[in-house]
Every structure is written in structure tokens, then in C-alpha cells.
Design a protein. Structure first.
Length: 363
């Protein structure tokens, strides 16, 4: 049966959706290559056949061959001679793709984004139920891909930029953490603790208490701290950030990309204000979204709304009552939360970052 005639708008929509599906398959192809070690193997060799790739990664040749061909069509890898017999074709990872896909220490490392997407869709049936019932999906339902992908994508920034660019932009804080008198820092929602590690490495007299509600994240954080050899200065606690029983007096209280996920952000911010001593400061780092909703959004909102519909909003609604913030937490929303938590003011720090916006809250 012939397709009925369509107008340009319908055709453009269909073409755009097909392109988006192609992108989705590329993302999951990257996920497979990242998790199976295919990119590392290709980066270490001049070129590989499917059999050689399978042998180096302890995988099956037939799967490796299909993946290589898909990655070629997706312009991720290159084939030396497409006319060669299938088992003799040699594949190469282009030089410009090596760093983004294999170098975990690079600020250009983007392979973990694919793992994050895989984690975000893992409990999609539960997310559907939440949309129908008004409930939520607990963070732990998203499994290791979400948790590890989040940790990996932020790792290099936390280790390299926290003490060299971000904290130096906060008047008085960089100096206080760097002087001879020991300083104390609380890291709320510390996740895998790379923020704790980056801080402790840059400021040798700082002691850090990391807090997280997710048990698996706490285990991962403690393992990372131990591998970094910083157990004497970093302690990881399995505690809720909004717990009124949290005690301590800190020079700096930090919260990276977690306030928008909280069912009770005002309660958490109230705890942060109480934990900061009379001269202490609170740093909240969250997504760099626009100041208001527009039909176009800014240059990152397409991604932030994606995380929100699949993960952040369902997680934020897993406990009731909830503010149901979602990933797209605009500056005025955080300012309202901060005022309700008793802060005197909120300052947007002059730090240029594609994904993050940095807020200073003074008790």
C-alpha cells in the first residue's frame, strides 16, 4: 500500500526521528566497545581483524565482526579495505577518536556518556509505572551503569579542575583550604568520591567527610579512596544529606550535581548551612540550564531534559513528599530553596563550564 502524501513538516520530523534512532544505536555501540575493551585494544594496535580483536578481548569473533562493521557504518572506526574477505578486513580507530574513547584522564573523555545512557534506560518499565501512578523509581534501581558512568564522566574534572579552577574562583575559600591550619570539608552526595579525592590531593592539609545515601556508591567511594591512599584524610559516611542528626563544623560544604535529585532539597540545604561554621561557605554545583523555559532551550537542555524524564525526576519522586525538581533546576529555583533553608544569599560564580553552573551560598 502506497504511503499517503505528506507535507514538509511531517517529512522533516520522520527524518529527524530516524537520525535520532541512528544516534541511539551509535551510543549503545559505544557502550559495548567501552565495556568490552574493544576501543582500548584498537588503540593499542595499528589495525586489527575481527579475530584479532576477539582474541585480545576474550570475546567471540562473530560478535566482534558485527560490532566492527556497525562501528564503521557509524563512522566510529575505519576499515582498511572494505572489499577484503570478512575475516581478513582490518579495522582502525582513528587518531582523533582515541582520546575521547580511551583516555580516562582526559577532559575530553566522553565514552562514559554511553554507560550513563544505558543506566538511565535500565529500569524503563519502572519509569513507565511511575508516570502512571505518580510514584518514583529509587536510585539503586538504575544499577551499576548509571552509578559508574556518572563517576567516570566526572572523574577527570574533579581530579584536575576542582583545586585549580573552581575553588580558586571562591574568594577566601582557596586560601583557607591551602593554608597551614587544617581545614575540614563536607562533600554531600559524594558518589564515587572523586570530588573528595581531587580536593584532598590538591590541598594536603584538608580533611574530607563524604556523605551519600546509596550503599553501593559508598562502597565504590571507599574503594576509590583506599586505592588513592587517602584513607587518613577522607572518610565516607552512609548518611542522608537531609538528616538533621548530621554533626560537624566545616570550612566548606560541597554538593555536586545532586541537589536537583533530592526529594527534600530544602532539608538538605538546611543541613549544609548548619554544617558550615560561622566563616564557612557552601558550594552547590548543578546543571548550566537556561534562566527560563523556552522552546529551543539552551545548548545543554536537550541533554538535561533527557536525564530528567528517565532518571532524575523519577529518583526525586521516589520519596514523598517531594519537591519533584528534576534535572532542569534553574537559578531562581535554587535561590528559592536556599532562602527557605535560611541562607542570606546566592551568588553565581564566574566559572566557565559547558555543563555546570557554580553557586556560592553564604550562611
Amino acid at each position: 500500500m502506497a504511503r499517503p502524501a505528506t507535507d514538509d513538516t511531517q517529512e522533516q520530523f520522520i527524518e529527524g526521528l530516524l537520525e535520532a534512532v541512528a544516534g541511539a544505536f551509535t551510543v549503545f555501540g559505544v557502550y559495548l566497545g567501552d565495556q568490552l575493551g574493544y576501543y582500548d585494544a584498537l588503540a593499542d594496535a595499528e589495525s586489527l581483524t575481527s579475530g584479532e580483536l576477539a582474541a585480545r578481548t576474550d570475546t567471540t569473533e562473530r560478535y566482534a565482526r558485527e560490532w566492527l562493521e556497525q562501528q564503521t557504518i557509524a563512522d566510529v572506526v575505519e576499515v582498511d579495505d572494505e572489499t577484503a574477505p570478512p575475516l581478513e578486513r582490518r579495522f582502525t580507530l582513528p587518531a582523533g577518536h582515541v582520546e575521547p574513547l580511551t583516555d580516562e584522564d582526559s577532559l575530553e573523555y566522553v565514552a562514559p556518556l554511553a554507560q550513563l545512557v544505558a543506566g538511565a534506560v535500565a529500569p524503563v518499565r519502572d519509569v513507565l509505572d511511575a508516570y502512571r501512578t505518580g510514584g518514583g523509581v529509587p536510585y539503586e534501581a538504575y544499577g551499576p551503569d548509571l552509578r559508574e558512568g556518572q563517576a567516570r564522566i566526572n572523574r577527570s574534572s574533579f581530579l584536575q579542575l576542582l583545586g585549580t579552577e573552581w575553588l580558586p574562583a571562591m574568594d577566601g575559600v582557596h586560601e583557607r583550604l591551602g593554608d597551614d591550619k587544617p581545614a575540614r570539608v563536607a562533600d554531600i552526595g559524594c558518589g564515587a568520591a572523586y570530588s573528595c579525592i581531587g580536593l584532598a590531593r590538591h590541598y594536603p592539609n584538608v580533611e574530607v567527610d563524604g556523605f551519600d545515601l546509596d550503599e553501593a556508591s559508598v562502597e565504590l567511594a571507599r574503594r576509590n579512596v583506599s586505592e588513592a591512599g587517602l584513607e587518613d584524610r577522607i572518610r565516607i559516611h552512609h548518611r542522608d544529606a537531609s538528616d538533621s542528626g548530621l554533626e560537624g563544623t566545616y570550612d566548606l560544604v560541597m554538593a555536586f550535581e545532586c541537589v536537583h535529585d533530592m526529594s527534600d532539597p530544602v532539608g538538605a540545604l538546611t543541613t549544609m548551612r548548619r554544617l558550615a561554621d560561622e566563616d564557612g561557605v557552601v558550594l552547590v554545583v548543578d546543571e548550566r540550564v537556561g534562566d527560563a523555559f523556552t522552546t529551543e532551550g539552551n545548548d545543554v537542555e536537550w541533554m538535561m531534559y533527557g536525564w530528567s524524564i528517565l532518571h532524575c525526576l523519577p529518583v526525586g519522586m521516589a520519596e514523598q513528599p517531594t519537591t519533584a525538581t528534576g534535572t532542569v533546576m534553574r537559578t531562581d529555583t535554587l535561590r528559592t530553596y536556599a532562602e527557605r533553608a535560611g541562607f542570606d544569599g546566592l551568588e553565581v560564580l564566574p566559572i566557565e563550564n559547558f555543563f555546570f553552573r557554580f553557586y556560592r551560598l553564604d550562611p
